[in-house]
Write a new protein. Structure first.
Length: 728
């Protein structure tokens, strides 16, 4: 769906907790310049370029650089499977809806193609010219067949016949054998062979197995064979599996001459939607669409840059790929395989392992406090990964499952881990007779299959499983625990910015609010009634809920900040932290704040369609991007004159504000808001390493070379280590 298609047009109305409607500034976007938005797709490519810049940074530990090369590759795969696929579909069906910056789908595709080839070349060269030589310097060798000794080749051929050859299936292409189906993201060898007796060349395809490691450990093969020559105990020798297969093609095609062989890889459209209003059973509908995903049309063809024109033409014809969708890659294709190299036991080449600490409010690991008694003393704000997920969020749910006084647990699940202690706790609670409701979002992209599995396990255990609302994804991160205390009922709540996933909680930066505030408990009760029943509630006491309340609530508060600045309150300021800023109505409101003199400071990890620094429009807006060891993932808003901090699951994107159930909650306790203020102060410190967005859409590294530099995430680690117990 096009961004321009998404923009909500409903007027801003008075909402609970919002400033009075009389103070709101009317929509005056007509006098804003037409070129005020940056293209969201190109902005995403800029984000991935910043990921690549981390791999280029020679001051980082070597294997961390390799990891960022792998992340770049995985990111780009998903971008093509979803975003580029969507643009192609709109272009092919003739939908002429333009992006917010005025580009047609075809114009965007052309710009994406040019930009992608440039950064793909840069990506490959970082590995070939910088990371790979540095790996060699540290006794990690990614080798070719020609680099092997005769003894090594003999052992590799033995390994090929024993472990690789049996699982390979060469597929010929001739009148009796049509061109085979090529699965998305699979690595393949395109081979031309010649019949030595009859003459004539033939094409064949060999799929590189994707259920084994990409690299063959040559050093281990030699160690197992007893060859001690030219080997040290810590030397790692890795051969790409496709290299081993290519060197042994004569065993796959005996009696044929191998004329040429090249590696290729296609990316297929994985952007699909479930027709929920057509199907009675959403699980069955989703499973059907998942089966279709593997047969999506090709959206990208990656080839070795030395592939012959003849072979490339054949692939283009048989795969029905546009030449503009071809990416030539020097060296290895699919550098996501570098995750395997990152997994090597070389701690000296990685960041120092980080161990999250238990939040002081929840006691030490050995002597944990009851979460419920803690929350009766006051609210708690956790900041992951600095605060342990397992001793805060996970413990909250596990204690609720085990506590005989707990009557009910209600929770949303968007993405969770493969071996989920959260799911296990909900199952335990249901088996103990508690009322347990799990809102499982089975449409969470690329986690659909795992979520279907967990949904069925939960149902079998007696959990009431709900799949959300028709037409909306449930993306909010909320948990409600209902507990009997004496003659009364008390509700305990968690509202967060990140998923209930203990694995990603060690990698993603997120915040979460624990509270026993009655109004928040009442709000979450109403929310779950909406998600599970026929309630149509749209207004809440002290939370904002999308798709009806978050955009209007944010814009109302921006306008109130403007009004207070006009009245002389020079404390007025807006600070925003998010993964993405795309929504045009929110952006225009921020432009209006800037035009009225209100400072606007934005920290965005990925896409930003706002153009800062435009004369008369956005001189008072600064946009920064921070990338580092952890994935910046929290969404936080601050309206200074109103002294309001809000956290939640929603990014400033159309899908979040219009097509998802999202929740944002106000953090009201002064102890907790001071922690959020510290986060913003660190992220916005002029010495903090970041990228700063320019008015032309480019990103500039800051601080400049030679200036003092500090790392925001390291600062957060130091801050959390010296944090006192908030409830001594």
């Amino acid at each position: 769906m096009s961004p321009a298609d998404d923009i909500a047009t409903q007027p801003i109305t008075s909402i609970p907790g919002a400033p009075p409607a009389a103070t709101l500034v009317p929509d005056e976007s007509a006098d804003l310049p037409e070129d005020r938005y940056l293209n969201r797709e190109l902005s995403w490519l800029d984000f991935n370029s910043r990921v690549l810049a981390l791999a280029e940074d020679t001051s980082m530990p070597l294997l961390e650089r390799a990891k960022f090369l792998a992340i770049f590759s995985s990111n780009l795969d998903e971008f093509f499977m979803v975003r580029v696929a969507g643009l192609k579909r709109r272009d092919e069906t003739g939908l002429s809806v333009r992006s917010a910056d005025g580009l047609s789908p075809r114009e965007q595709l052309l710009r994406i193609a040019g930009r992608t080839q440039t950064i793909a070349d840069r990506h490959a060269r970082v590995f070939l010219d910088s990371v790979r030589p540095a790996l060699v310097d540290n006794d990690i060798h990614v080798v070719t067949w020609a680099e092997m000794t005769e003894e090594q080749k003999v052992r590799l051929v033995e390994y090929f016949h024993e472990d690789v050859f049996p699982v390979l299936t060469p597929l010929a292409v001739d009148p009796a054998h049509p061109f085979p189906y090529i699965s998305g993201l699979s690595l393949n060898l395109a081979v031309t062979v010649k019949d030595a007796t009859e003459g004539g060349e033939h094409f064949a395809r060999v799929k590189v197995p994707d259920n084994v490691n990409r690299f063959v450990r040559v050093d281990r093969l030699m160690r197992d064979s007893g060859d001690k020559s030219k080997r040290t105990d810590d030397k790692v020798v890795l051969m790409p599996l496709e290299t081993l297969i290519a060197a042994n093609l004569e065993h796959l095609f005996p009696g044929m001459e191998i004329v040429e062989h090249h590696v290729f890889r296609i990316t297929r459209n994985a952007d699909f939607e479930v027709e929920e209003d057509r199907d009675e059973d959403l699980l069955q509908a989703l499973e059907r669409e998942l089966a279709r995903r593997r047969f999506g049309s090709p959206v990208r063809l990656e080839v070795a840059d030395d592939m012959s024109e003849h072979m490339l033409e054949l692939l283009l014809r048989e795969l029905d790929v546009n030449p503009a969708d071809v990416i030539g890659v020097p060296g290895l294709l699919d550098l996501s395989c570098l995750f395997e190299i990152y997994g090597l036991d070389r701690p000296q080449l990685k960041d120092r392992p980080f161990v999250p600490a238990t939040h002081p409010a929840f006691g030490e690991r050995e002597t944990p406090k009851s979460v419920f008694s803690t929350l009766r003393e006051g609210d708690v704000l956790v900041h992951h990964p600095y605060d342990s997920f397992s001793t805060s969020v996970q413990r909250f749910i596990e204690q609720a499952a085990a506590d005989p006084q707990v009557l009910a647990i209600k929770q949303t699940l968007y993405r969770t881990s493969g071996d989920s202690p959260i799911v296990n706790a909900l199952i335990d609670a249901a088996e103990a007779g508690k009322q347990v409701v799990a809102l499982v979002e089975i449409k969470a992209r690329f986690d659909e299959q795992a979520n279907i599995k967990w949904a069925r396990q939960l149902e079998q255990a007696g959990v009431h499983v709900v799949y959300g609302l028709v037409g909306l994804k449930t993306h909010c991160k909320t948990c409600l625990v209902v507990r009997r205390e004496g003659s009364s009922i008390r509700r305990y709540c968690h509202i967060g910015t990140g998923n209930y996933n203990p694995k990603t909680a060690r990698l993603y930066e997120d915040v979460g609010l624990f509270t026993a505030a009655p109004d928040i408990g009442a709000d979450l009760t109403d929310l779950f009634n909406t998600l599970t029943g026929y309630s149509r509630k749209k207004e809440y006491r002290n939370i904002l809920v999308a798709p009806h309340g978050i955009r209007s609530g944010i814009i109302a508060r921006i306008h109130e900040e403007i009004e207070r600045f006009r009245q002389g309150d020079r404390t007025a300021r807006i600070q925003l932290k998010a993964n993405a800023l795309v929504d045009e109505q929110v952006i225009d409101a921020l432009y209006r704040a800037s035009q009225n003199g209100v400072p606007v400071e934005i920290v965005v990890r990925g896409i930003c369609a706002l153009r800062p620094g435009m004369p008369g429009v956005s001189e008072n807006i600064v946009v920064r991007s921070i990338l580092g060891q952890f994935l910046e993932h929290s969404r936080i808003l601050y309206f200074a004159a109103q002294n309001e901090y809000w956290i939640g699951s929603a990014d400033m994107m159309h899908r979040n504000l219009d097509r998802r159930v999202e929740v944002m909650a106000q953090v009201r306790d002064d102890r907790l808001t001071s922690e959020l203020a510290d986060m913003f102060a660190s992220a916005l410190d002029p010495r903090t390493r970041c990228w700063v967005l320019q008015s032309d859409g480019s990103w500039v590294a800051s601080p400049a070379a030679g200036e003092e530099v500090r790392d925001h995430q390291r600062q957060m680690i130091r801050r959390n280590r010296r944090r006192p117990d908030p409830n001594p």
